[in-house]
Design a protein around this ligand. Structure first.
Ligand SMILES: Cc1cc2nc3c(=O)[nH]c(=O)nc-3n(C[C@H](O)[C@H](O)[C@H](O)COP(=O)(O)O)c2cc1C
Length: 205
């Protein structure tokens, strides 16, 4: 089993969403001791935005690309290869201004490639990244779960589903900016949600 962890916080250290993603990975590895882990931290290695150079390069036959265009496509190719190789995906996702971090959007723009990770048929679109289990650790300063202000969950369900990843579990840590008691309660709730997914951890002897 191959696990791919994507950290999308802008924080390299002290990120709550990356920490929760770490916890999910720990539990997955406890269930699958043979699993390999590939961590892509988008704060450490930011992915470039989908700009005109990238778009032009993507829609051009490979042999006609300039060195700059080929290098740009190669960056996206690397992310696509990582997700294709993964059996389980763990995303750490803070809420930034009611959406997903720009770095996560850049990652999604990189992995969504027609005829590679999705295609259109007479019956409509078909996702090609199938057979993968996805876990998403969501962290928020406020509390937006199940409200219209939570655009993250419907967006991620839609785009991951479009690419073929329909088995998605969300873990929420909300109210992290609402004072120490709310923060503690949010992290305890996230732990309980992880236990509900994996079973409670055995008490240490
Ligand atoms: C730039 C920025 C924008 C944020 N926007 C929101 C927001 O719209 N709603 C919210 O509930 N929290 C917001 N927060 C709070 C973060 O979601 C919260 O601190 C989260 O735990 C950060 O995760 P991290 O520690 O992994 O970076 C924002 C934080 C930052 C830095």
């Amino acid at each position: 089993m191959n696990i791919l962890q994507i950290n999308s916080s802008a924080r390299i250290s002290g990120s709550q969403s990356s920490r929760l993603a770490d916890r999910l990975v720990e539990r997955l590895r406890a269930e699958h001791p043979e699993a390999t882990l590939n961590v892509r931290d988008l704060a450490r290695t930011p992915h470039p935005v989908l700009d005109e150079v990238a778009l032009a390069a993507l829609f051009m036959p490979a042999e006609q690309r300039s060195a700059e265009q080929a290098a740009r496509v190669a960056l996206d190719d690397a992310l696509i290869a990582e997700i294709q190789a993964a059996d389980a995906l763990v995303l750490g996702v803070p809420m930034y201004n009611f959406g997903v971090p720009a770095q996560l959007k850049n990652w999604i723009d990189a992995i969504a490639r027609v005829r590679v990770t999705f295609r259109y048929t007479e019956k409509g679109p078909e996702g090609l990244l199938t057979g993968k289990k996805v876990y998403v650790a969501l962290t928020r300063g406020g509390q937006y779960r199940n409200t219209p202000a939570d655009t993250q969950v419907p967006y991620l369900k839609t785009v991951l589903g479009f690419l073929g990843m329909k088995d998605v579990e969300f873990v929420y840590a909300e109210g992290l900016a609402m004072g120490p008691a709310a923060e503690t309660a949010a992290l305890e709730s996230a732990s309980a949600q992880i236990d509900a997914l994996f079973g409670a951890e055995l008490a240490e002897a």
